[in-house]
Each structure stands twice: as structure tokens, then as C-alpha cells.
Write a protein that binds this ligand. Structure first.
Ligand SMILES: Nc1ncnc2c1ncn2[C@@H]1O[C@H](COP(=O)(O)OP(=O)(O)OP(=O)(O)O)[C@@H](O)[C@H]1O
Length: 548
């Protein structure tokens, strides 16, 4: 609803109220008029009665002021009858008294009427004044009403005019919009036609889609089946080739091993540390051939000795470089060879450094285990591997089960009853491991009980990777020990010299190899002979130290 419409309604209401008020005032004026008329009539009557009373009063006075007449009556009565005259005088006197009383009453009445008249006149005057006030009010209300009506009329006209102007401009805008929309509609029509065509096309395609999808799926299934059967036959072929290649590789390797010998001897020369600089023996010195990494020269008191080995690592050689030369040996364990790696050398020559390494620069053991597991993981989809670990200590020519419950039990080496011709250690505890971390945990357990130990990693129970940590060789001569320590030194001596003898016999391809001369060589027999591969890392210091 517009503002002006609301205003007009309000004004109309006000007008109606004012009109009602005027009607009420008119009716009250009318009743006042009636009242005035009644009062005026009453006044007239009172006046008349007053006049009448005056008249009566006059007559009465006349009667009363004419005693001679009464006297005359009396005289006449006296003349006629003196007793009756007395009575008549008394009656007249009585009548006179009554009349006087009536006069008095009339006077009182007149006084009352006069009072009433004054009162009526006062009320009349009041009413007139009120009428005048009302009339004035009415005139004012009328004027106000007229002015209001005039205002309302003007307001109405103004509002109507404004609304009309607004409606006109809105109408104009709507017309303009309409024209624009019409124009748009015209330009959209071709696009709409194209869209409708596209929509119909799409609709047809959607209707056809399930059928096409079914067709495509069936075709894809057929193609997939065909590809799968192709891949499967290719796989079969590849597997066949792979196995043939594996056999070929093994044969080639065997041939290579046969040609190079299955025992390889590397030499690692460790640098002299800062603390050792002062005790270096100036008369002895090691040197290398830059063209041949398998030769080592030792100058001692002017004499030069040449040593030929499979590989020589000079002092700057890193753990990584050393392992690169060793890793093919580790992986051949997966190919089905028994492998044995051990470091041999004087105390402090770097055996532990090469085999174990240090925490942030691991040696052969840790690197070999990681390589072994990564290789196994790679082959896992096609092959089943189980890796078990056992730890044995050869101490004073006795075998101790380092992972067993009871360390006091002595183990023995026996021929395997499975007819494989391989040796085994009955009762030796084995742990199945899934990762190098597992092995390290097992090592920790074994290391707590060892003095010198041999670690044995089994794969399929017939293939072994032996990582051997030997005691330092010079303890034999330098220990100066007695009793138990002496027996320990003698045993170490025996083991190491037996190992030396076995390596010598194997390198020299002797017909007899004295494996049984020590527990160590007997235990490692399978890993040192036949299809096995052995690496002996000879550890030496760059310079001899005085007093050693
Ligand atoms: N190639 C090398 N480069 C740097 N430091 C080395 C190297 N080899 C060994 N060392 C250091 O020489 C010291 C002795 O080495 P290590 O303990 O490995 O000798 P070891 O032969 O195992 O002795 P032991 O027979 O007494 O067990 C260690 O401090 C080691 O870190």
C-alpha cells in the first residue's frame, strides 16, 4: 500500500470522526433549544400568573381599603339585622385574614417563582453561552474539516500525480526491457534451435549408450582375455628362458670359479692413525702398483717383496668400495652357492672395521644383509625364501649355541642324515628373520654371550652365508698368558693355522684338504669346498709398528 493511500485513509477516518462530533453537537444544541423553549414557556406562564395574582391582589386591596362600603354593608345589615351584621363582619374579617394569608402565600410563591425565573434566566444565559461556544467549536471544526479535506484532496492529487509519473517511468523502463528481451529472444532462437538439435542427438546417444557400453565391455573383455593369455604364454616363455639363463649363469659362474679358484683373497690396508704415527717402524713400508690393483709390495730392511692377491684395497678405499667387490659374492648365495666371508689379520688391523664397520659407516655384514633382503624382496613374487639365522661360538675347540637357552650345552658337528652329504650342527638354534633389523636384534642376543663367534645365515637349509669374525692372529705369540688364557690362545692358534692350511690346500688344489684339523675348518667345510665361494680379507696396517 502506498504512503499517500495510508494518509488518505487516516484523513478519511479523521473526517468521519469530526462529522460524528458535529452531529453530536447539533443534537445537543437541539436539546438545548428545546430546553430553552420549555423554560421560556414556563417563564411566560409564571408572568401570566404573576399578572393574575397582581390583579387579584389589587382587587383584594380594593376590598380591604374600602371599609366605608363594608360599613355601608354593615350599616345596611345593621339596618336590616344588627346580629347578622356582626356575623358578617366576623366572616369578612375571617375572609380578610384568609385573603391576607393567601396574599402572603402568593407573595412567597411569587418570590419562589422569581428565584426560579432568575435561575432559569441564568441557565438560559449559560446555555446560550454554551451554544455559542459549541457553535464556535463547530465552526472551527467545520473550518478545520474543510481545510483538512482541502489538504487531503491536494495530497491525494499530488500522490496520484507522483504515482502516475512513477508508473509512467516504470512502464517506460519495462517497455524498454521488454524490447531488449524481445531482441535477446530473437538472437537466442537460433542457439536454441542448435541446442535442441544437440539435445536430441545426445538423447539418442544416451539411449544407445547402454547397448554401446555392453558392446564395448564385451569387446574389451575379449581383448583383455586375449592379452592375458598372450601375457601368460609370454610369461611361461620368459620363465622358461629365465630358468635356462639361470642354469647357464650358474654354469658360467662355476666355470669362472673353477678358473679363478673358489677361494678369493683380498687385502685391505688400513691407514695409520694419528696416535700410531710415533710408533711407526721406518724400515718397513707397503706400496702399491697403480696399474695393477692385485699387487702389493712390502719393503723391509731394503728388501722388496711382491704379493699377488685377487684385489688390494689401499688405505683410502672406502667401505662402499670394498663392498662393491664383495656384493657379487653375497648375491651368489641367492643363486645357490655356499658363501663364506671372513677377515684375517693381526689385532687392530681392521677386521671388525671391515666386517662390522662403525655405526654411521657400516661394513660388509650390514651391507650384505641389506643387499640380501632387497634381492629376496625383488624375487619374492616368483620365489619362496625363508631366511634363518644361527650363531655359534667356537671357544677352546668347543661349539656353543649362542642363541640357545642353555649356554653350557656343547654342540657337535655331524653329517646331515638327509643324504645331501652336508654337515650340520644338531640342536643349533635358528631364528627366522624378515629384515636386517630382525637379524640385528638376533645378533645383539648372541653378542652378549660371545668371545669369538661365527655367524651363519641359512637359506633353504643347504645354502649358507657365513660371516666369520676371527680372533686376532698375534694373540698366539704375544698373549703371554697362562692357564685358561694360554689354552684359549693355543686354541685360537690351532684354529687359525688350520684355517691357513685349509685355504692353502684349496688354493693349491691339493687332493687332500685338512678340514677336520679344527672345529672352525670342519664347521666351515661346506662353505669352503665344492660349489662354495670363500673370501678371505687379509687385513694389514699401512706401516709396521715398532714393538709389534
Ligand atoms: N680402513 C680403515 N680406515 C680407518 N680406520 C680404520 C680402518 N680399519 C680399522 N680402522 C680403525 O682401527 C682401529 C682398529 O680396528 P679394528 O678394531 O677393526 O681391528 P680388529 O682387527 O678388529 O682388532 P681385534 O683383532 O682386536 O678385534 C679401530 O679404531 C678402527 O676404527
Amino acid at each position: 500500500m502506498f504512503h499517500w493511500e495510508r494518509q488518505a485513509r487516516q484523513r478519511e477516518q479523521q473526517l468521519a470522526e469530526l462529522e460524528k462530533e458535529v452531529v453530536e453537537k447539533s443534537s445537543s444544541l437541539e436539546s438545548l433549544h428545546r430546553q430553552l423553549h420549555g423554560t421560556t414557556q414556563q417563564l411566560e406562564e409564571t408572568r401570566k400568573r404573576q399578572a393574575e395574582l397582581k390583579l387579584t391582589e389589587g382587587e383584594l386591596s380594593r376590598h380591604l381599603v374600602t371599609p366605608p362600603r363594608a360599613k355601608c354593608v354593615t350599616h345596611m345589615v345593621e339596618e336590616e339585622e344588627p346580629a347578622d351584621a356582626g356575623r358578617a363582619v366576623a366572616e369578612l374579617q375571617k375572609k380578610n385574614e384568609d385573603l391576607l394569608e393567601q396574599l402572603h402565600t402568593q407573595k412567597q410563591l411569587q418570590k419562589d417563582l422569581q428565584t426560579q425565573l432568575h435561575e432559569s434566566q441564568r441557565i438560559c444565559a449559560q446555555l446560550r453561552t454554551q451554544i455559542l461556544v459549541y457553535e464556535g467549536e463547530m465552526a472551527r471544526a467545520q473550518g478545520h474539516l474543510e481545510a483538512e479535506m482541502q489538504n487531503l484532496e491536494e495530497e491525494k492529487n499530488r500522490v496520484i500525480e507522483e504515482a502516475f509519473i512513477r508508473a509512467e517511468s516504470e512502464m517506460k523502463a519495462v517497455h524498454e526491457n521488454l524490447a531488449g528481451v524481445r531482441l535477446n529472444l530473437l538472437s537466442l532462437q537460433p542457439a536454441l534451435r542448435t541446442l535442441t538439435l544437440d539435445y536430441n542427438l545426445l538423447k539418442r546417444q544416451v539411449q544407445d549408450f547402454p547397448f554401446m557400453l555392453d558392446q564395448a565391455i564385451t569387446q574389451a573383455k575379449q581383448e583383455i582375455c586375449q592379452v592375458i593369455s598372450e601375457v601368460s604364454s609370454t610369461n611361461q616363455e620368459l620363465l622358461r628362458k629365465y630358468k635356462r639363463e639361470m642354469n647357464l649363469r650358474k654354469k658360467c659362474h662355476n666355470e669362472l670359479v673353477r678358473l679363478r679358484g673358489n677361494i678369493r683373497v683380498f687385502c685391505r690396508v688400513r691407514p695409520i692413525s694419528q696416535e700410531e704415527q710415533d710408533s711407526v717402524d721406518a724400515r718397513t713400508m707397503l706400496s702399491f702398483d697403480s696399474d695393477d690393483d692385485a699387487v702389493l709390495y712390502l719393503s723391509n730392511k731394503g728388501r722388496v717383496m711382491k704379493f699377488e692377491l685377487d684385489k688390494v684395497f689401499p688405505p683410502p678405499a672406502s667401505q662402499e668400495e670394498v663392498f662393491q667387490e664383495v656384493q657379487s659374492l653375497v648375491t651368489s648365495c641367492i643363486d645357490g652357492f655356499n658363501v663364506c666371508i671372513f677377515a684375517y689379520g693381526q689385532t687392530g688391523s681392521g677386521k671388525t672395521y671391515t666386517m662390522e664397520g662403525i655405526e654411521d659407516n657400516p661394513g660388509i655384514n650390514q651391507r650384505a644383509l641389506r643387499l640380501l633382503f632387497s634381492e629376496v624382496l625383488e624375487k619374492a613374487p616368483d620365489w619362496d625364501y625363508t631366511i634363518t639365522v644361527s650363531m655359534v661360538e667356537i671357544y677352546n675347540e668347543s661349539l656353543r649355541n649362542l642363541l640357545g637357552d642353555s649356554l653350557s650345552d656343547r654342540l657337535d658337528i655331524k653329517m646331515n642324515p638327509d643324504g645331501s652329504g652336508q654337515l650340520y650342527v644338531p640342536g643349533l638354534t635358528e631364528f627366522t628373520v624378515q629384515s636386517p633389523e630382525d637379524i640385528n636384534r638376533v645378533f645383539e642376543l648372541g653378542h652378549m654371550n660371545r668371545a669369538t663367534a661365527c655367524t651363519n645365515l641359512n637359506e633353504h637349509s643347504s645354502r649358507k652365508l657365513n660371516l666369520v669374525d676371527l680372533a686376532g692372529s698375534e694373540r698366539i705369540a704375544k698373549s703371554g698368558a697362562e692357564g685358561n688364557r694360554l689354552r684359549e690362545a693355543q686354541c685360537i692358534n690351532k684354529s687359525l693355522s688350520a684355517l691357513g692350511d685349509v685355504i692353502n690346500a684349496l688354493r693349491g688344489k691339493h687332493s687332500h684338504v685338512p678340514f677336520r684339523n679344527s672345529r672352525l675348518t670342519y664347521l666351515l667345510q661346506d662353505s669352503l669346498s665344492g660349489d662354495s665361494k670363500t673370501l678371505m680379507m687379509v687385513q694389514v696396517r699401512e706401516r709396521l709398528l715398532v714393538g709389534r
